[in-house]
Design a protein around this ligand. Structure first.
Ligand code: UTP
Length: 294
């Protein structure tokens, strides 16, 4: 069955970014000049997704407004002959023409698994994608979600996106255990949340892209809380192992973790340096900063 729907859990409180997230969704924080969530929606469209399901909570109105038209702003820019800026608005509008964007409220932030479960009726028993907008993954050709969807089409399995990380960093991630790999796919036998370097079963870290099968929703229906008393998506996926096929794909692409302040700053700097019009100003500034530090 093809993957037509993508869930974007965006109901978290973004506490690592307080105070900026007090009255503003973290998904709307800019990477240079585009909100992080827009990168995810663009990736979903480029991967052939037809319906985006945003799971939002209180205070997330800005996400809805971002993907809606802004008639007043358009009028203002038209009167001032700012065709260049109207073009930018048109590009955002085009996204919601290419994909249906549906919104559903998670009633309380009970965890990522609960956010995904909130979307169950909209998913209608189909395999579906889950994208965490914090994890921005940019690929030259084949978007990472498309790579996952292709892996699902081949195997019918739940698919996790993984990347090798230095042993010193394994304690920040869910690390997979695998009993072998073929065709670039690892057979997943377990996922260990935030292990120490000694206990980690591999150096393959699961990042914020998944294709999940209906079996995962069956497990989520139990509502079993895990770490932090939250309902964890990875726990539900783990409980399907043995009865259902779970594989991990080592994706190709540039990964930016924008969910922490240092990761967010790194992503902004790196993406800004890729833009010619900004590099000219930034490069001398960075050199000067590095020379003058003491
Ligand atoms: P995170 O833990 O990274 O995001 O959840 P957070 O909770 O917003 O941020 P911190 O930890 O307080 O700084 C991973 C993803 O799951 C979503 C978040 O929006 C994020 O995209 N999420 C998390 C929900 O949608 N609902 C929840 O109850 C929890």
């Amino acid at each position: 069955m093809t993957v037509r729907k993508a869930i974007f859990p965006a109901a978290g409180l973004g506490t690592r970014f307080l105070p900026v997230t007090k009255a503003q969704p973290k998904e709307m924080l800019p990477l240079v000049d585009k909100p992080t969530i827009q990168y995810g929606v663009e990736e979903a469209i480029a991967s052939g997704i037809e319906q985006v399901i945003m799971v939002t909570g209180g205070g997330k109105r800005a996400i809805v407004d971002h993907f809606d038209r802004s008639v007043d702003l358009e009028h203002y820019l038209r009167e001032r002959d700012r065709g260049d800026l109207l073009q930018i608005l048109a590009e955002v509008d085009r996204l919601s023409e290419q994909v249906d964007i549906t919104y559903i409220q998670q009633k309380a932030p009970r965890g990522l698994g609960d956010a995904v479960w909130t979307a169950r009726r909209l998913v209608e028993g189909e395999p579906c994608a889950v994208l965490l907008a914090d994890d921005v993954i940019l690929c030259e050709n084949n978007p990472v979600l498309k790579q996952l969807i292709d892996a699902h089409a081949k195997t019918g399995a739940t698919v996790l996106a993984v990347r090798r990380v230095p042993r010193s960093q394994v304690s920040r991630y869910g690390i997979i255990a695998t009993n072998g790999s073929h065709d670039g796919l690892h057979e997943v036998t377990d996922v260990v949340e935030k292990p120490s370097a000694e206990d980690a079963p591999s150096d393959l870290a699961a990042l914020g892209r998944y294709v999940i099968t209906p079996a995962v929703f069956d497990e989520l229906s139990r509502g079993t809380p895990g770490a932090g008393k939250e309902i964890q998506l990875v726990d539900a996926i783990k409980r399907t192992i043995g009865r259902h096929h779970v594989v991990a794909l080592e994706f190709e692409g540039d990964y930016y973790d924008t969910g922490t302040v240092p990761g967010y700053l790194r992503a902004n700097l790196m993406l800004a340096m890729k833009r010619e019009e900004l590099r000219g100003e930034l490069e001398p500034l960075l050199r000067e900063l590095l020379q003058n530090r003491d």
